[in-house]
Write a protein that binds this ligand. Structure first.
Ligand code: M6R
Length: 615
């Protein structure tokens, strides 16, 4: 949560920081701010609202000139989103300035201590406490900024990514991380600081990712010194060449990132299985699985941990692993997992799924499982993310950057990776015949084309959206492999349109939700040919008798549901285990169109952030 951008060099810092913040708005967008050193003094402008509001405000408030600066886009944790609580925060002397992503858990006791020493506070934030703690240490110990930051951080409990500078020594910016990501872009005569590489991609492809518990002192013309915060030892900076380019993080002619990402799914799924699914040779090649095959084969069970959409992908995986590889699977909300003293042994394999690779709850679950000796495998999209680094092995989804807060291509590519793993294990365990295995490979290879087909229903889905856009509630029903898709469809709708929606296993409807059904309730039922079709048709009959409005997601050429439902949306036929990759497409489009018609901010829904780095 929260986006951090900084610049130190010879260019104008303002446009770099503002454009960078716009790219990081997916991390939080309830307030924004910037601090610049204009050659003489520190200039700060900040406001509740988005980066465009900051642009408007800074136009009136500051000269937008200077070669050193830091900027922030916020997702509030301590203190409501308002101008005063926005970052940057300045120390009591007016000399030090900070931006911060994360939470300082012991800020109250630190604040009390500082107040007793005469410090005053304008905001309700933990960040203002931290900058004054740094100032206090700097004074008391008579040390330079870097040392003061280090000493202060050793007194802090919590998580952070910070950037700090001193207006009296503006040729130096100090940054540090613990639990929140931070990258340094290394330019020719300058350095960029950001929560991810997107703000500096057009300037440099050379990046250093700070590890947890590391800090860096970045000095103009002098370079970077990285140290361990705890023991002060020096770390050799590892500069990596970034593989992503600017087009991947732009809208490319689509109105929203979400729509672009929905349409990218055929390519994203192909990229996910490219080089892994070798149909001609009838093999699946995944280094992370191959190298750890023994761990997988000896596992008593697989535990999957994730949050949100990634958790739904985990639920689909539960069906696939149990069905194909005959291994018991438990799927856990990462946030609940570690708070119930789970039984984990060395014979467990834990698979952590995360698009961002930064989700705090998932990271915490990984650490717990590792401490108990389990083998931990990551399925992440963001290369080099904290989860990718924290796990013993893993497989990237290769979906490309996902910027819309509502996950779309992450979901389908996660399912693709997990299907590949399940098939590989099934082959190794002999729980799938060679004919079936080949059939699965062939069908999986055809999925991108079928997703393209499914996307062609867009105009039809838009019409359906027009009819139901004012509905206050919606129900989503599915069985078997399509039950998690029902959950995912409901999550998509509620997070971007703010319409209340619930997903249920279709048969569970009779045990309560059926009471909600009347002529005003739209119910989306996933009723594909190979997924307990007859049973779902009976459920549809039950809805029909109670006058509910039925939108059926059906297999191409379906007749029975068409007769009963108010509307149907067809998807191509595939194997039951692969059907979530297709049935989820119309649900994504339905949510998208309804949200657009209601005038909602599709890419940045209220209260949400793309990567949830607080617990
Ligand atoms: O980055 P992660 O996959 O770990 O994120 C997990 C959830 O926060 C995420 O899927 C969230 O539920 C999305 N907004 C869903 O669209």
């Amino acid at each position: 949560m929260c986006g951090i951008v900084g610049y130190i060099g010879t260019r104008e810092a303002y446009p770099i920081i503002i454009e960078g913040l716009k790219r990081l708005e997916y991390r939080g967008y309830d307030s924004a701010g910037i601090a610049l050193y204009d050659g003489k003094d520190l200039k700060v402008s900040k406001t509740k609202g988005k980066v465009v509001d900051l642009e408007e405000r800074s136009e009136k408030e500051i000269t937008k000139h200077g070669n050193v600066g830091i900027g922030h886009t916020r997702w509030a944790t301590h203190g409501v989103p308002n101008d005063v609580n926005s970052h940057p925060h300045i120390s009591n002397s007016g000399e030090l300035v900070i931006i911060h992503n994360g939470i300082i858990e012991n800020y109250e006791s630190l604040k009390k201590e500082l107040i007793s020493r005469g410090y005053t506070f304008k905001s309700d934030t933990d960040t203002e406490v931290l900058i004054n703690l740094i100032e206090d240490v700097k004074r008391q110990e008579n040390v330079k900024l870097g040392k003061a930051v280090q000493i202060a951080l050793n007194q802090v409990i919590g998580a952070y990514a910070i950037a700090v500078f001193d207006k009296n020594k503006p040729e130096e910016v100090v940054i540090a991380r613990l639990g929140s990501p931070l990258a340094i872009g290394v330019g020719k005569d300058d350095f960029f600081i950001a929560s991810d590489a997107s703000p500096f991609l057009e300037y440099t492809k050379d990046a250093i990712y700070l590890e947890d518990e590391e800090m860096a002192i970045i000095r103009l013309h002098k370079g970077i010194k990285i140290r361990k915060i705890k023991d002060d030892s020096l770390v050799d900076p590892y500069v990596q060449k970034l593989q992503i380019n600017l087009e991947q993080i732009e809208k490319g002619g689509f109105d929203h990132f979400m729509l672009k990402e929905i349409h990218e799914q055929p390519k994203a799924i192909t990229d996910t299985y490219r080089g892994r699914l070798l149909r001609q040779e009838a093999i699946i090649k995944m280094a992370g699985v191959e190298d750890n095959m023994k761990k997988f084969l000896n596992a008593d069970r697989i535990i999957i941990v994730a949050c949100g959409t990634s958790w739904h992908a985990g639920l689909v995986a539960e069906y696939i692993f149990e069905d194909l590889a005959r291994v018991p699977v438990e799927v856990e909300y990462a946030s609940e997992f570690r708070y119930r003293n789970p039984i984990i042994t060395e014979k467990d394999v834990l698979i952590a799924i995360s698009q961002s690779g930064e989700t705090a709850d998932t990271l915490a679950a990984i650490k717990l499982a590792k401490s108990k000796g389990a083998f931990v495998f990551g399925v992440c999209n963001v290369v080099g993310s904290s989860i990718a680094r924290e796990t013993h092995a893993g497989a990237y989804t290769h979906a490309g950057p996902e910027i819309g807060v509502a996950s779309t291509k992450a979901f389908t590519t996660q399912i693709t990776v997990l299907t590949l793993i399940a098939l590989r294990l099934a082959r190794a365990k002999g729980t799938i015949s060679s004919t079936d295995f080949r059939h699965h490979l062939l069908e999986l290879e055809m999925i991108p084309k079928k997703v393209e087909e499914a996307l062609k229903s867009d105009a039809h889905i838009r019409k359906i959206s027009e009819i139901y856009k004012e509905a206050p509630n919606m129900l989503y029903l599915g069985r078997g492999y399509n039950f998690p898709v029902a959950l995912e469809g409901a999550l998509k709708l509620k997070e971007i349109s703010y319409i209340h929606a619930e997903g249920y296993p279709a048969a569970e409807m009779k045990h309560g939700p059926i009471a909600l059904i009347d002529e005003n309730m739209p119910i989306i039922v996933i009723a594909t040919k190979k997924g307990h079709y007859e049973k779902v048709v009976s459920n549809i009959q039950e809805i029909k008798s109670r006058k509910g409005k039925i939108i059926g997601i059906v297999t191409e050429g379906d007749v029975q549901v068409k007769e009963l439902a108010d509307h149907v949306i067809e998807v191509p036929e595939t194997l039951e285990s692969l059907s979530p990759l297709l049935t989820t497409i119309p649900l994504q489009l339905l949510s998208y169109h309804i949200a657009v018609m209601l005038g909602k901010n599709v890419d940045q829904p209220r209260n949400l952030a793309k990567s949830v780095t607080v617990e």
